[in-house]
Design a protein around this ligand. Structure first.
Ligand code: C2E
Ligand code: CA
Ligand code: CA
Ligand code: CA
Length: 278
């Protein structure tokens, strides 16, 4: 390893010590994050390219820490996955998203919300039944909640994953394969798991316009998805050029900073009102 010393031991630098201390602290504090209402959701719109309508939102969690401010998920989700806290967080994210679907409908916006399900939550064998029960108890209409899973989740246990997908689909909860193309054997997963949507990872979209090889890959992924009757969503679309290219290639939907960053509820409602009016 880069930091390995003469005896094979890693040097523990002050910076590493600080990082470890911060991690340990966050660990402890995370136990209270849910019960103290410190988590919040931001919502990023997804638009359909054929008619430019906002047809979906993705819920993205943030930790509003009393001293540190808003903490991004990549900093605490991996920790939460290690400690098992992710189950409580996942449960909360779904509960909050279902409530939000209701508030959106009150404002006249009939937009489904996609939530991320982590690999670690998946060790909970009753997860599909739990999600279905949450949706039923919330009373929102079928199809309003969607689930995003990553390939790493699929690697763990194929039979369970298949059962998970089938249960959700029977309950009219669509499943998207997130970060598509970043796993190491995407194609075998496509063969084994009948998901409804495929999200092209943003690493393929980034600087795609200047990179013919990326364009070829994106083109191939779109055709692949369509040939399997999947809706294809491009993530991380930041420029007009990228959007135009994706449109010309027949990509179904886009998500990214060009359209909107993930927005807190009030700003999202404003965005939707302005967008529909304009
Ligand atoms: P993800 O599921 O792939 O979510 C998309 C990420 O890309 C979000 O980062 C979003 O803010 C970011 N993004 C969207 N458009 C653009 C763009 O145009 N350019 C760039 N550079 N980035 C863009 P965020 O919100 O920081 O979330 C990071 C990751 O944390 C997510 O990646 C997801 O894996 C995880 N995560 C977020 N919320 C949850 C959650 O509720 N549960 C679980 N298990 N994981 C979550
Ligand atoms: Ca996602
Ligand atoms: Ca993604
Ligand atoms: Ca991701």
């Amino acid at each position: 390893a880069k930091n390995a010393g003469r005896n094979g031991y890693a040097f523990f630098t002050p910076a590493m010590f600080e990082a470890a201390k911060t991690q340990a602290l966050l660990h402890q504090e995370m136990h209270f994050a849910v019960s103290r209402n410190q988590l919040e959701l931001h919502y990023q719109p997804i638009k359909r390219l054929t008619d430019d309508r906002i047809v979906q939102l993705e819920a993205l969690v943030r930790w509003n820490h009393p001293e540190r401010g808003l903490i991004r998920p990549d900093l605490f989700i991996p920790l939460a996955e290690k400690t098992g806290m992710i189950r409580e967080i996942g449960q909360w994210v779904r509960q909050e998203s279902l409530a939000m679907i209701g508030r959106l409908q009150e404002q006249g916006f009939n937009v489904p919300i996609a939530v991320n399900v982590s690999t670690a939550e998946f060790y909970d064998h009753g997860l599909a039944d739990k999600i279905i029960a949450q949706v039923q108890e919330s009373g929102v209409q079928g199809g309003s909640l969607l689930v995003e899973i990553t390939e790493s989740l699929l690697i763990r246990n194929q039979q369970e994953t298949l059962t998970f997908l089938q249960k959700l689909q029977q309950a009219n909860i669509q499943v998207a394969l997130d970060d598509f193309g970043t796993g190491f054997s995407s194609l075998s997963y496509l063969a084994a798991f009948p998901a409804d949507k495929l999200k092209i990872d943003r690493s393929f979209i980034h600087q795609m316009t200047a990179n013919p090889r990326k364009q070829s890959l994106v083109d191939t992924i779109i055709n692949l998805g369509h040939s399997l009757n999947m809706t294809v969503i491009a993530e991380g679309v930041e420029t007009e050029e990228e959007e135009a290219l994706l449109r010309s290639k027949g990509c179904d939907k886009t998500q990214g900073y060009l359209l909107a960053k993930p927005l807190p509820e009030t700003e999202l409602m404003e965005f939707l009102r302005g967008y529909n009016a304009g």
